[in-house]
Design a protein around this ligand. Structure first.
Ligand SMILES: Cc1cc2nc3c(=O)[nH]c(=O)nc-3n(C[C@H](O)[C@H](O)[C@H](O)COP(=O)(O)OP(=O)(O)OC[C@H]3O[C@@H](n4cnc5c(N)ncnc54)[C@H](O)[C@@H]3O)c2cc1C
Length: 500
């Protein structure tokens, strides 16, 4: 049975952090617009945005070594780090705006201050880290960063990682106290609670099976009620496909030319988690290392303190892996079903180019727990198997497309907004740096899809995000102001912390 529903202004597909952010931004800018959300699962923030499905790093390029590369002349390129840091400052400002207006009642329910550190071993890596530190610490966005190659200092910073470290290899670390741990699942739920109070219709257990343009030029969605099996037809002037890994198949169904020749490559993630309080108490940081040779950038190993449900735990990983599913709750046919006549050559070219990556991912899937423990012991030499459990995290679907630089079938590791020329539909693909940059990515969606409104919205956007349209790296006073005001609004001043 099919029943047709009245047209809404906006439909958001998926109740993850991206739809939550776009919905909240739009409700602040045009409260009168009617917004409907469809989510196939029973609640919000259950897929990649869930706190146990991602690492919860507020990515600001404070510790991730893959955001700074060594140039052929030996100097360190920090341009990507600056751009990612600026995007995180945009998120901080929007969350602060919501907290100041009590739309978020207790920001520490989703964000906590936590030092971000990079840790390396071996002479070459130590020299790279030092150069990276020198390049970053001259930039006001990274003020407060410290470097040390003194084992005694490192013992103070990361006692758990130094205990029983027998190797004589040189080691070094950088530390910056302005890092954060973000519970993106909690943030998503907070934003959806707020949207519900603003009369946004959120339909859980409703799966979008098809998207087509109708004769009036509106988007018509075929939506299946998972409990009853009944099918509804919903129309909207604008559709955002925020289905996470599930976005690519929906984009393909829309038939827009911008969605052609694009493929997806799923990479799964596994973490090891420790909840033993005696061990958890010995570590208080997110410590990022260097990715092993041949590993994709998203599998940089890190040892993180996490704050989830007012409890601290330690997370180590991620171990990458291969699964043909596009969502953790997806189907084994997702990958094969995404191969279409328009992207088959792109997919085949990517397959041929990335044999070694596929091999690496399959090897990673096959690792025994003890093998994973050996990798963990590079970080925590004393780690005991009985203290650590395996945790299956979310799926990331990396974009594959033809690019001028990389040629046919190039694997992309960033996020990508794909939108129709008339701005009536947009999809978000890819997953890195991910949830941390949700606000700037959703602003990009708005710029692409609502160019006719952006001018009139600008004053309100600037009220919510004072650095909107301004390069922070070139405005050190604004950085100071934003660091101070967002730390206060989000409860990130260390002395305010009460969590045990
Ligand atoms: C292992 C791992 C570690 C990560 N670590 C970090 C990190 O440390 N920091 C960071 O910032 N980011 C991190 N990320 C990335 C981050 O989790 C994602 O970028 C972000 O959560 C994506 O949000 P989303 O809303 O796009 O997707 P999701 O949270 O996956 O939400 C999509 C929703 O759409 C629903 N859906 C899909 N298809 C349909 C359909 N047809 N009909 C209805 N509903 C549908 C799904 O059920 C889901 O609820 C990590 C990701 C992974 C996998």
């Amino acid at each position: 049975m099919s029943n047709r529903q009245p047209t809404t202004d906006v439909i958001l597909i998926g109740a993850g952090v991206m739809s939550a952010t776009l919905g909240t931004l739009l409700k602040e800018l045009v409260p009168e617009w009617k917004i409907t959300v469809f989510e196939k699962l029973a609640s919000a923030g259950e897929e990649s945005s869930n706190e146990w499905n991602n690492a919860g790093t507020g990515h600001a390029a404070l510790c991730e070594l893959n955001y700074t590369t060594e140039k052929p002349d030996g100097s360190v390129d920090i341009s990507k780090a600056i751009s990612i840091n600026e995007q995180f400052q945009v998120s901080r400002q929007f969350w602060s705006y919501l907290a100041d207006r009590k739309l978020i009642s207790n920001p520490n329910d989703f964000i906590m201050p936590l030092p971000h550190m990079s840790f390396v071993q071996g002479e070459k890596n130590v020299s790279f880290l030092k150069k990276r530190f020198e390049a970053l610490s001259n930039n006001p966005l990274f003020q407060g960063m410290e470097f040390s190659d003194d084992p005694n200092k490192l013992k103070e910073w990361i006692p758990l990682m130094l205990e029983n470290r027998l190797s004589n290899e040189p080691i070094a670390a950088t530390k910056i106290d302005s890092g954060t741990d973000v519970n993106f699942g909690a943030l998503t739920r907070i934003l959806f609670d707020h949207l519900t109070s603003q009369n946004v219709g959120i339909k859980y257990k409703h799966q979008v099976d098809d998207i087509k343009r109708n004769r009036e030029g509106l988007w018509e969605l075929k939506v299946r009620n998972i409990d009853s099996g009944s099918v509804e037809r919903h129309t909207a002037k604008f559709v955002f496909i925020g289905g996470g890994g599930g976005s690519l198949p929906l984009l393909q169904k829309s038939g827009i030319p911008e969605g052609k020749n694009i493929g997806g490559f799923p990479v799964s993630g596994l973490f090891m988690v420790c909840t033993n309080p005696d061990i958890v108490e010995q570590h208080h940081a997110k410590v990022y290392g260097k990715a092993p040779v041949g590993a994709p950038p998203m599998s940089v190993p890190h040892l993180d303190t996490r704050f989830i449900d007012n409890k601290k735990s330690l997370l180590f990983g991620p171990f990458a892996g291969f699964s043909p599913k596009f969502l953790k709750t997806g189907s084994m046919f997702d990958l094969i079903g995404s191969v279409k006549p328009n992207n088959v050559m792109t997919m085949l070219a990517a397959g041929a180019k990335n044999m070694s990556l596929t091999k690496y991912l399959i090897q990673q899937v096959m690792l025994s727990k003890e093998k994973r423990m050996e990798e963990l012991r590079e970080f925590v030499p004393n780690a005991k198997s009985e203290d650590w459990d395996l945790l299956v995290a979310g799926q990331r679907v990396q974009v594959i497309k033809d690019t001028d630089a990389g040629g046919k079938g190039t694997l992309q590791f960033g996020t990508e907004v794909v939108s129709a020329a008339d701005g009536s539909i947009a999809a978000l693909l890819g997953a890195s740096p991910g949830a941390s940059t949700a606000v700037s990515v959703m602003l990009e969606v708005m710029k692409k899809c609502f160019p006719q409104h952006i001018k009139e919205w600008e004053a309100k956007i600037k009220e919510m995000i004072p650095s909107y349209g301004v390069s922070l790296a070139k405005n050190p006073e604004l950085i100071d102001e934003i660091h101070t005001s967002t730390a206060r609004a989000l409860g990130l001043n260390r002395e305010l912390q009460t969590v045990s």
